[in-house]
Ligand binder design. Sequence first.
Ligand code: UN1
Length: 493
Amino acid sequence: MATRYGNYIDGAWIPAASGRVFENRNPADTGELIASFADSGPDDVERAVAAAKAAFPGWKALPAPKRGEILYRVAELLLKQKEQLSRDMTREMGKVLDETRGDVQEAIDMTYYMAGEGRRQFGQTTPSEMPDKFQMSVRQPVGIAGLITPWNFPMAIPSWKMMPALILGNTVVIKPATDTPLSVVNLVKVLEQAGLPKGVVNMVTGSGSRVGTPLMNSADVGVVSFTGSTEVGRKVSEACAPGFKHCHLEMGGKNVIMVMDDARVDLAVEGALWGGFGTTGQRCTAASRVVVHQRVYAEFVERFVAGAKGLRVGNGLEPKTQMGPCVNLGQLETVEKYVKIGREEGAKLLAGGSRLTAGPLANGYFHEPTIFGDCSPTMRVAHEEIFGPVVSVIPVRSLEEAIEVGNSVDYGLSASVYTQDINRAFTAMREMYTGIFYVNAPTIGAETHLPFGGTKNTGNGHREACTQALEVFSEWKSIYVDFSGKLQRAQID
Ligand code: UN1
C-alpha cells in the first residue's frame, strides 16, 4: 500500500473533500510509486483559506522576534533532516542528490535569513517639518498569502515564499506542484514539529485549475506569489488585477553565457556544462544559450560537445550520476519537440538529440544532453524557453554583438560573461538587462541574501530572497506622532 498524504488544514492532515487522490511517481523509474496525495478542489481551498483567516489575528499579534524563534527552529530541524529530505526530493523530482541537498540547503538558508528578519524588518524614521513631531514607517502584514510553487526547486522555492510571508505576520495557503508534493509535505511536517500554531500554514495539493485558480481568485487572499511559466503567470496577474491583490511572479528565462575571445575556455566550458545541464536544464536560471566569440568558437564547441557527451545520465540517487531525468513525460516531449524544431530550422545538432531508453533508463523520462551549434539568434531553439537539457550555441564577432544577442530575447533573468578583461566584464554587466549577472561563472547558483528575479517576461518587478522579498508580503504604514499639544497644520503654518 502506498503512503497516502492528505491536505494540511488548520493543523490537521485531512483527505480532500471529494476523497479523491492522485499518484506521484519517480521520474527516473515510473514503476516506483512515491505516494498518493489529495486531489483537492475549490471546497478544500475554501476550508484552507478559512483556517488561514482565523489564524491571522493571533499570528499577527505574536511579536516578530517570537515568530522568528519558530522559524529558527524550523531551520534547525531542516538541517537535521537534510539527508532524508534530499533523498525524498530526488525520488520525486529526479535531480541528482548533490543538487537536492543544495535545494534543501537553500530552504535552510532562507529560513535562517528570515528568522533574523524577526529582529529587523527595519522601517524609517525621518525628521518632521514641524517641531515636536515624530515620524516613522513600519511594515504591516497583508493578511493571507496564496503561494503557488513549482516542481524544479520543490523545497527551496516554497521556503522563499513562505518564510518572508510568515515572518511579517501573514498566514499562508500553499499549493505545491503536482509533480513534487512530497517535499512540501515534508516542509509542512517540519513546521508542525517546530510548533507553528495551527492554521498559520495550510497546504492543499492538487491541480492548477482546481486548486491554484480558486486560491488566486479567493477574495480573502491578499497576496499571491507564483513561480512557473510566463503563460500561467499572465493568468495569475489577470486574476489579481481586479481586486488589486499584491502579486509576485517569477516566470521564464532564456539565460545566456557570453564567452569572449580572451576567456579561459576551460572554465567557460565547465560553466556551460553546469549551467546548461545542471538540474537537467530545468532551472529558470539555466544557461540555455551560449554566445561565443568566433575566435574561440571552434575550441569552445569541441570541448563543450566532448563534455556533454561524457555526462553520466541516470537515477539521481546513484552517486556517479551527473544528470537525472526530465520531471515528467510532458517535459520530455517538449524537449523532443524542440529537438525536431532545431533540426528543421537548420541548427547543427552537435551532441545528443534523443531520448535514452537503454537498460535501467527504460522506465524513466531520460534525454541526452543536447547541443545545437551554429545557431542564429532568431531560431526558436535559441530564443524560446525549453526547460530541458538543450543548449544552443551562437557565434558572434564582438562583445557588442554578444550583448545585443544576449538581450534579444523576451526574458531577463540571468546572464554571464567569461572574460579576463575587467572593462569588458563591467560593460557587459551594465548593458545586460537582466535581474542577475555573473562574471566568470555560469548563470545559475544565486544565493539567498541577494534579490532574485528578472526583467521583461521573467518577472513583474518584484524580487524574492534578501529583504526585497518582504515587499510583496507587506504594506507600509507611515506614522506621525504630534506631541506639541496643539494643532500643527502641515505645509500651512
Ligand atoms: C529557479 O530555477 O527557479 O540560482 C531557481 C539558481 C538557484 C535557484 C534557481 N539558486 O540557479
